[in-house]
Ligand binder design. Structure first.
Ligand SMILES: NCc1[nH]cc(CCC(=O)O)c1CC(=O)O
Length: 311
């Protein structure tokens, strides 16, 4: 293997991430030549509709997987946050890169934090998780739908359509836009999304040579946290149609996972957390998922599915 083709979406953030992964792979494998294969996905083409209405997270990755099956690319680089709870058969995720800042970022010219926003002030986000957590803590806020890539979202804020918006800190940091961030929201203020801030690499399951090449750049701590968060997500059958968060931290060979499921308007938020040995992250994820279900999470998931939010 001397030439590796990386399938990626075409947004600036996706291209930055693919190039970052390419650089890490080249450091680990001197002599490897890497090429980006930018592709357009359905998720990028339908930017005006809510993601939950046009088919959910899978939209962003199907085209990249098609290219790998067709032999047009060897791997795909993803925001792990955008991957569905279950990978389609025939694909593998051999590695994740060291996690960047997992927190949500509050961006506003007018206000230094969500707490400062007065009644009726307009917060832009199309993430049901961010909407739910902000409305629970600050019911006076008006949350308005906001989609598009990071640059589009910032220009809608600058045009005055919103008083503030929330984006992932990692995306802004990666693109040199950290100066726009007024406040990085703590996990207590805004529990991060499953795998937010983590870049992952996918390949065909039968491509053993490529899988080994990718494993050389895997970050073990990020991997452990990703497994715990994704196990919780899988237990809850999480998707972008559900307000859901999952955030794992490691300390002294132990893992601490916090999770939540809520109703979009913030009227109900169900939280659970668990600790366990870092060598069995999936058990911790499963436990948090089960506790959320038992405490009323199942009712929320069923109600959301009934109302046509769910896939
Ligand atoms: N939903 C889009 C998306 N997918 C991943 C990121 C940020 C990068 C990351 O999580 O690593 C973003 C933008 C955002 O939420 O602001």
């Amino acid at each position: 293997m001397d030439r590796l083709r990386i399938a990626t979406r075409q947004s600036k953030l996706a291209l930055w991430q693919a190039q970052f992964a390419a650089d890490e792979l080249c450091k680990a494998h001197p002599g490897l030549s890497v090429e980006l294969v930018p592709l357009s996905t359905r998720g990028d083409e339908f930017q005006s509709a809510p993601l939950s209405q046009i088919g959910g997270k899978g939209l962003f990755i199907k085209e990249l997987e098609r290219a790998m099956l067709a032999g047009e690319a060897d791997i795909a680089v993803h925001s792990m946050k955008d991957l569905p709870a279950h990978l389609p058969e025939g694909f593998l995720l051999p590695s994740v890169l060291p996690r960047h800042d997992p927190r949500d970022a509050f961006i506003s010219q007018r206000y230094a934090s969500p707490a400062e926003m007065p009644a009726g002030a307009v917060l832009g986000t199309s993430s049901l998780r961010r909407q739910c957590l902000m409305k629970q803590q600050y019911p006076q806020l008006t949350v308005r739908f906001l989609r598009g890539n990071v640059q589009t979202r910032l220009s809608k804020l600058d045009a005055g359509e919103y008083d503030a918006i929330i984006l992932a800190a990692s995306g802004l940091d990666r693109m040199g836009l950290e100066g726009r961030i007024r406040r990085r929201l703590s996990p207590e203020e805004s529990l991060p999304s499953v795998a937010q801030g983590t870049i992952g690499m996918e390949c065909r399951a039968d491509d053993h040579e490529i899988a080994d090449l990718l494993r050389a750049v895997n970050d073990p701590d990020t991997w452990t946290r990703t497994l715990a968060e994704r196990a919780m997500n899988a237990r809850l059958n999480g998707s972008c149609s559900v307000p859901i968060a999952g955030f794992a931290q490691l300390a002294d060979h132990s893992i601490h996972l916090r999770g939540m499921v809520g109703w979009p308007n913030g009227e109900t938020v169900i939280r659970a957390e668990a600790r366990g040995p870092a060598d069995d992250p999936e058990a911790v994820g499963d436990q948090v998922g089960r506790e959320i279900i038992e405490r009323g999470g199942q009712e929320i998931l069923d109600r959301l599915a009934d109302e046509g939010h769910g896939a």
